[in-house]
Write a protein that binds this ligand. Structure first.
Ligand code: S3P
Length: 446
């Protein structure tokens, strides 16, 4: 074993070569939504190859507490098949205890949207990291729709209480920050509103909710405006139960796309990677940096299902690029691993307007800068902008993951090319989104 893993630290040693074929965990965003839609639909829904990280398990737990039967039919490492049987939206039960979202902001914000339209009292809570995540951004629109929500610190931080009501009022709402979680929360509430609800976003964010609503019989309209994108739906509609096959998580694939590109002797294949246009920015950004990634030519997108393909990545000669707020929003979860790519690229990479990264599972701007600097990278932070001067040889050091899965995996991938031993603190957080990550890290060492 070249990686030593205990609950406190992982020690990663450099790999001579990277080879192999990986099957990634099921997409986390789609898995959360598939479970919530299964709870809203009457009867049985089957979900194949859902992500089996702790975050998706939190949503599965919530759906159970709300009164649906959630059965784990088959487990295969990073993925799980679920069979959900629900009494339907009007048969869901008021939770007796708190709804535990664990580390998962998506569980909290999307479930709040569902609860807003249910006449019951519920409390959403989670771990120490979740209790630092902003909730005012969902409280404002859901209150306008008629639900009663409160949170700690003058309605800004979890725990969050929701007293829902049916029917809700429809809204026409402009999201203050680009956020698929906020947009989805409102669209889920909109199903229980009278009239047409419109959510406007200045920058398009992931559209899984919209696609899944369409697949479940809801007419979701998309309109491009001078100010961005507007999504709308007519309330008072029921979602049909639909079986869902979840593609591999492109955000998990990103660790290997970067790992392969920055390693001097790499040839990796990633199976069934989700290539939804609103999620694939990381692939396009890496290509703009010169990464050798293939496999997605000819992939067809019908705007309802989720396109996918096998991707291959080879060692690449990367160069720095400029990344603006629009690309940051489109690759929001991949910015940490992209910073590692930038540290190995020729020239300078500038990432502007990355402030939302400070409100994730940790302050990811501070965390990535500290960890990459410890390894010898040249990282400069100015407010919400990050500048990385590349081609710095990394040398093993101790990095702090801040108990954040995406930082833990970024520093572990850095360890594959850094000289000596790279120590990653609290590596177990990888299992939030990618339970098999460290096994795959071992597997790809030729
Ligand atoms: C997610 C949206 C993003 C992302 C998160 C998952 C989703 O959050 O960071 O990991 O599934 O909708 P925001 O929409 O709050 O930026």
């Amino acid at each position: 074993m070249s990686t030593v893993l205990d609950p406190e630290v992982a020690v990663v040693r450099p790999a001579a070569r990277l080879r192999g074929t990986l099957r990634l965990p099921g997409d986390k965003s789609i898995s959360h939504r598939a479970l919530l839609f299964a709870a809203l639909a009457d009867g049985e829904s089957r979900i194949t190859a859902a992500g089996d990280g702790a975050d998706v398990r939190s949503t599965a737990g919530i759906v159970r507490v709300l009164g649906a039967t959630v059965e784990r039919v088959r487990e295969t490492g990073g993925t799980v098949d679920y069979r959900v049987v629900s009494p339907g939206v009007d048969g869901l039960a008021e939770p007796v205890g708190i709804l535990d979202c664990g580390n998962s902001g998506t569980s909290l914000r999307l479930t709040a949207g569902v609860l807003a339209g249910l006449p019951m009292y519920a409390v959403l809570d989670g771990d120490a990291s979740l209790r630092r995540r902003p909730v005012a951004r969902i409280i404002a629109p859901l209150r306008t729709m008629g639900a009663v929500l409160h949170a700690r610190r003058t309605d800004t931080l979890p725990p969050l209480t929701v007293v829902g009501r049916a029917p809700l009022r429809s809204v026409d709402y402009q999201t203050p920050v680009p956020s698929a979680q906020v947009k989805s929360s409102i669209l889920l509430a909109a199903l229980r509103a009278e009239g047409r609800t419109t959510v406007r976003e200045s920058v398009g964010t992931r559209d899984h909710t919209e696609r899944m609503l369409r697949a479940r019989g809801i007419d979701v309209r998309r309109e491009e405006t001078s100010a961005g994108v507007a999504w709308s739906l007519e309330g008072g509609r029921r979602v049909q139960s639909v079986d869902e096959r979840v593609p591999g998580d492109v955000s998990a694939a990103a660790f290997w796309l970067v790992g392969g590109a920055i390693h001097s002797d790499a040839d990796l294949t990633l199976r069934d990677v989700g290539l939804n246009p609103s999620r694939r920015a990381i692939i396009d950004l890496l290509r703009a940096m010169g990464a050798s990634i293939a496999g997605d030519a000819g992939v067809v997108d019908d705007g309802v299902g989720e396109p996918l393909a096998d991707l291959t990545v080879h060692s690449s000669d990367l160069r720095g690029i400029d990344i603006g707020p629009r690309e940051v929003a489109a690759a929001i979860d991949e910015i940490p691993i992209l910073c590692l790519a930038a540290s190995q690229a020729s020239g300078t990479t500038r990432i502007r307007g990355a402030g939302e990264l400070r409100h994730k599972e940790s302050d990811r701007i501070a965390g990535i800068a500290a960890g990459l600097r410890a390894l010898g990278a040249d990282v400069d932070v100015d407010g919400d902008d990050i500048t990385i001067t590349g081609r710095q040889a990394l040398r093993g050091a101790t990095t702090d993951s801040l108990d954040d899965h995406r930082l833990a995996m970024t520093f572990a991938v850095a360890g594959l090319i850094a000289e000596g031993e790279t120590v990653v603190s609290r590596p177990g957080s990888a299992s939030i989104s990618y339970p098999g990550f460290f096994a795959d890290l071992e597997g790809v060492r030729a």
